[in-house]
Design a protein around this ligand. Structure first.
Ligand code: SAM
Length: 222
């Protein structure tokens, strides 16, 4: 089947370009052992996030939606010296697993995990006068994507890169009558992006071991 082919090609890419890393393998194993949903980014997507961090020389990264910390570890491993990744997670069980994974990866000092509903955490960060971020990865509950995008813009500076995951959803994204609140959330996210004069954005459709989906990427221009 097509899906099977996408999966095999993902494996081929991983074998060629993503050297086996016992720490990354242990993190995924820990997530499955803790019974976290298998919705971590794929290895090739994780590496893409890392490459983005390297491309822009990011020192400050914000992630909304930690799960077991797999994508956070991919990104934090490439932060500039002294850099920091702040990641937000609502589920205490996910957070506990992530915390152990950050220790396993030796990244406790560069990752700050905050537990609670992301919209509340974001408001709290604003109250604390948090410095802007260089890259923001939105990967939590999709119905709240519009709110996350607005906060992301608020925590940006010219040049900040904002990435949203799962924005194609098997193609359902083009269905204005979809009753899936995640589709509605992502459609509003697109509408907001379209109306933001200071973000230049696009979206890329993807296939792979996690099916047919895509990510949006934008850069804050002013
Ligand atoms: N970025 C992770 C990775 O690739 O390893 C995957 C994140 S997973 C797709 C989404 C996460 O967002 C879940 O762990 C879920 O518990 C969390 N989440 C859902 N709703 C949330 C909310 N309102 N606030 C914070 N986290 C939330």
């Amino acid at each position: 089947s097509e899906t099977n082919l996408w999966e095999q090609v993902d494996l081929y890419i991983e074998e060629k370009l993503i050297p086996a890393d016992p720490v990354m393998d242990k993190i995924l194993a820990a997530n499955r052992l803790a019974d976290l949903p298998p919705i971590d980014v794929t290895p090739s997507q994780g590496k893409l996030l890392r490459i983005y961090v390297q491309m822009i020389g990011a020192a400050r990264v914000l992630e909304i939606g930690t799960l077991g910390g797999y994508s956070a570890v991919w990104m934090a491993g490439a932060l500039r010296q002294g850099g920091k990744l702040v990641t937000l997670e609502a589920d205490p069980r996910h957070a506990e697993t992530a915390r152990a994974n950050f220790a396993l990866a030796g990244l406790e000092d560069s990752i700050e995990l905050r537990v609670g509903y992301a919209l509340e955490q974001l408001e709290q960060l604003a109250k604390e006068g948090i410095e802007p971020f260089d890259l923001i990865f939105i990967d939590a509950d999709k119905p709240n994507n519009p709110g996350y995008l607005q906060w992301a813009l608020r925590f940006s500076h010219p040049g900040t890169v904002i990435i949203g995951d799962n924005v194609v959803r098997g193609g359902e994204i083009i269905d204005p009558h979809s009753t899936d609140p995640r589709v509605a959330g992502v459609r509003t996210f697109f509408d907001l992006l379209a109306g933001m004069p200071n973000i230049s954005a696009t979206a890329i459709q993807t296939v792979g071991s996690k099916g047919y989906d895509g990510f949006a990427i934008g850069i804050v221009t002013g």
